[in-house]
Design a protein around this ligand. Structure first.
Ligand code: BDR
Ligand code: CA
Length: 304
């Protein structure tokens, strides 16, 4: 079983990723940490707590993290994820609370006490992850892989070159990309190919309480494309449990932190900038969209 920490900004696709992860038999979720991104950190924290109560996983601690990016100002994505970050379904107010430790301290404690290497899955801005790496660099040896939703090497979703998670905190993304730890970047190159189809949505609606909840929040999701909706963050969970669904390549990736291209992730695939053998990331380039939909359906089915 893979031990994981989820660092997230729920957010509708983060919520779907939490739903899959906390119900997956091959994943042991030790901790959820929250960050400002799709909505404020107060709201992303509350949404994580609501989901854990919904799935009766109150045993998983939630630690609140950064309320704003390392250097730049905070701008949310409520236009896509709604004012609450998780609209469309009437969750009760959570009765559980976040733990007293902040996100960085909580991650550090898990990494120091875990009996096995931990996979860190980050699907919001990487503000908490960068702070962890800077504050506790010796914790990196206890991480077997950082799986990131973010970035793109073929075009952005907030500018022509920048993806939202990287754009929200490019300084944090640069720190993470430069850290000496295995990183896999599952960006828009993958996630925009794995759209949840209308057929999948229709099937989920019939799948009990969890399917009903997920179909309502996904219906309220404003990220609409021809052919369906991208559940960006869910792809990181799929990669953690079944990487054979994706095509990945090792490469050299840099993050642009300033100017009109701020938030861009640049893949130096012809090694014009870096040495030929320089690799700092594994880059997701393709996914089997049909398998993604089948897998997602199977996950929702076994949530009930
Ligand atoms: C990413 O941005 C957020 O809005 C989503 O939750 C996802 O993590 C997609 O660009
Ligand atoms: Ca997210």
């Amino acid at each position: 079983m893979r031990q994981v920490i989820l660092d997230m900004d729920p957010g509708i696709d983060d919520a779907a990723a939490i739903a899959v992860a906390v119900n997956h038999p091959d994943l042991n979720v030790s901790l959820i940490t929250t960050v400002a991104g799709n909505v404020s950190v107060d709201k992303t924290t509350k949404n994580a707590l609501k989901l854990l109560e919904f799935f009766h996983r109150e045993d998983i601690p939630v630690a609140a993290g950064a309320s704003k990016p390392l250097k730049k100002g905070f701008a949310d994505a409520a236009n896509i994820h709604g004012e609450s970050g998780m609209p469309g379904y009437d969750f009760p107010e959570p009765t559980i609370k976040p733990i007293d430790d902040d996100a960085v301290t909580a991650m550090h404690k898990v990494l120091q006490t875990s009996s096995q290497p931990v996979t860190l899955i980050a699907t919001g801005a990487y503000t908490n992850v960068a702070a962890l790496f800077q504050t506790y660099p010796f914790d990196l040896v206890n991480i077997d892989e950082v799986i990131l939703m973010g970035g793109s090497v073929s075009g952005g979703n907030v500018s022509s070159v920048a993806e939202f998670n990287i754009f929200t905190d490019p300084d944090a993304a640069k720190i993470v990309m430069e850290a000496p730890v295995k990183k896999t970047m599952i960006g828009l190159d993958v996630t925009l190919k794995a759209l949840i189809t209308p057929e999948t949505m229709a099937a989920i609606t019939q799948m009990g309480k969890a399917g009903n909840m997920l179909s309502h929040i996904i219906t309220a999701y404003g990220d609409v494309h021809e052919g369906g909706k991208p559940m960006h963050d869910v792809n990181t969970i799929l990669y953690a449990v079944d990487p054979s669904c994706m095509t990945v390549k090792d490469g050299a990736v840099d993050v642009v932190t300033e100017g009109p291209a701020a938030g861009a992730t640049v893949w130096d695939f012809q090694h014009r900038w870096h040495a030929n053998d320089f690799v700092n990331a594994t880059i997701g380039v393709d996914v089997d969209a049909e398998r993604f939909n089948e897998w997602f359906l199977a996950q929702v089915q076994q949530m009930n």
